[in-house]
Write a protein of this length. Structure first.
Length: 116
């Protein structure tokens, strides 16, 4: 599975961005589709996850109520709608998928910078 993330950029605090991640290859084997982020000097953290089997979602406490993860009907494109952005949301955002054999794949990352 190959992943290509896009949609990052510079935005003012309180603004919105929508990230997108396109999956190519054996995307029909995907089970979970996730967004991670890594801020400078910090460990990579899970931001949001989407289970393509049952449609369930889960979010980090820090983004609940502000971010929304979604997947298109073909389950080959992942989105992250980010509203009410804060400076602490500044990070490189990575899309990640897990297939049914528990193998993980990573996209190249897209930079999100929130100015205060």
């Amino acid at each position: 599975v190959q992943l290509q993330a896009s949609g990052g950029g510079l935005v003012q605090a309180g603004g919105s961005l929508r990230l997108s991640c396109a999956a190519r290859g054996s995307y029909r084997s995907i089970s979970d589709m996730n967004w991670y982020r890594q801020a400078p000097g910090k460990q990579r953290e899970l931001v949001a996850m989407f289970n393509t089997i049952n449609g369930s979602t889960n979010y980090a406490d820090s983004v609940k109520g502000r971010f929304t993860i979604s997947v298109n009907d073909e389950k080959n494109r992942l989105y992250l709608q980010m509203d009410s952005l804060k400076s602490e949301d500044t990070a490189i955002y990575y899309c990640n998928v897990r297939d049914r054999w528990f193998k993980f794949y990573w996209g190249q990352g897209t930079q999100v910078t929130v100015s205060s």
